[in-house]
Design a protein around this ligand. Structure first.
Ligand SMILES: [Zn+2]
Length: 398
């Protein structure tokens, strides 16, 4: 099972302008624009995300390089999924580097094959014939840094990396490259650092009567660092002095909003609302913006395509380059803390979630007692394989 990155730095050492600089680098990547970074050996590298990159953007990027062939950074998950490496070298998504053809047109042909979920024959042939490029500490270091940055955008985590001859300075360069300052590069290199710690700003609660719970109030939090918005849905009269019936629910537009039968999210959400409405002490649903176990809505749809072609939900995540579960419960821990809740009866079938939320609360310097209550619904013909995978491969109590 994939190891979730644990929160180890609740106090983010970056100041607010450095946080903004980091966020802008992520924004640059999301738009398939080049970002320059400095590795731990003081070499300058430039990266470009390939998910969504046009041929023209890739050509412009290649024009920045000097001397060496460009590199394609695949994570271990994608590399293993394509049979390029026999097994995971670790539980983390280590970089897996491929040296691309020096000729731009040939390199683009390989890249286009990787932009597809199911690589083209040309790409696969090239990837299988070329040696894994693993003997440069500098390139591997830069690739790790690039992975941490790219993990902050809703793109597939594959990217291009070149060595470039650029003078070092921070801020936006005239040539359209975003340069990351040495202080931020250094911060990203430090082990176990998550790029953005939550910086939550709360708004006042407002009444929002729900279909199965007329007495419901919703309060929202905006995370200054990620721009994401999360909700706490309070049902009935919640008494924070007693263990609070709680559901920590990751958003699922297809399941929650559209009633998709591919998963059990909609049933779990509506089931939680009904239980809380019937409970004399009510309950709280933390509704977190993290679609598709943290891979985003579009990537979830890509994963569904791979599942329709026969993969299970975990192998499909790996094929796209993602860990099986990328969810982060730091936001939930902070929301509970701000609400003064110290003990919860958690509606969940996921023992790992219980552990993650307690660790996240401990990292904030608080203690959260979690009693897990199973929250099962009968399978349907469309989600029975999905639920079976959750049980057999993700350790869910189903
Ligand atoms: Zn769902």
């Amino acid at each position: 099972m994939d190891k979730h990155i644990l929160p180890t730095n609740p106090q983010n050492p970056l100041d607010s302008s450095q946080q903004a600089e980091l966020a802008l680098a992520v924004e640059w990547l999301r738009r398939n624009l080049p970002v320059a970074l400095i590795d731990h050996l003081d070499m300058t590298w430039v990266m470009l995300a390939i998910d969504g990159a046009t041929t023209e953007q890739i050509q412009r990027f290649f024009a920045l390089r000097f001397n060496y062939a460009p590199m394609l950074v695949l994570g271990i998950y994608r590399a293993q999924s394509l049979g390029l490496t026999p097994e995971y070298t670790s539980e983390e998504n280590d970089p897996f580097l491929i040296e691309l053809p020096y000729d731009t047109d040939d390199a683009i042909k390989v890249i286009q094959g990787i932009q597809a979920n199911t690589p083209t024959k040309y790409s696969l042939k090239y990837l299988n014939n070329e040696n894994h490029f693993g003997d440069s500490a500098s390139a591997t270091g830069a690739a790790r840094l690039g992975q941490k940055l790219l993990a902050q955008c809703p793109l597939m985590p594959q990217f291009l990396l070149i060595q470039a001859d650029l003078r070092k300075f921070s801020g936006l360069a005239a040539n359209g490259i975003w340069h990351i300052s040495p202080a931020i590069s250094e911060y990203l290199y430090a082990d176990n650092h998550l790029v953005a710690s939550p910086a939550l700003q709360k708004i006042d609660a407002v009444a929002v009567p729900l279909l199965n719970a007329a007495q419901a109030r919703i309060t929202g939090w905006r995370d200054k660092n990620t721009g994401q918005e999360h909700l706490a849905i309070m049902i009935g009269k919640v008494n924070a002095r007693k263990p609070v019936l709680t559901r920590i629910h990751s958003s699922c537009l297809t399941g929650d909003g559209l009633g998709s039968l591919r998963c059990d999210c909609g049933e779990q959400l509506q089931g939680a609302i009904r239980l809380m409405a019937a409970n004399p002490d009510g309950g709280v649903i933390l509704y977190l913006t993290q679609e598709g176990r943290g891979i985003g809505l579009i990537n979830k749809l890509r994963s569904y395509q791979l599942q329709s072609d026969g993969m299970d939900t975990i192998d499909a995540n790996h094929r796209l380059g993602f860990a099986a579960d990328r969810r982060d419960y730091r936001v939930a821990a902070e929301m509970l803390q701000q609400m003064g809740i110290t003990e919860i009866n958690l509606l969940s079938n996921n023992p790992l979630k219980t552990k993650q939320i307690m660790l996240a609360a401990a990292a904030l310097g608080g203690e959260l007692k979690v009693n897990r209550i199973s929250h099962k619904f009968p399978p349907n013909p469309h989600n029975q394989n999905y639920l079976a995978t959750k049980k057999s491969r993700a350790g869910h109590d189903l």
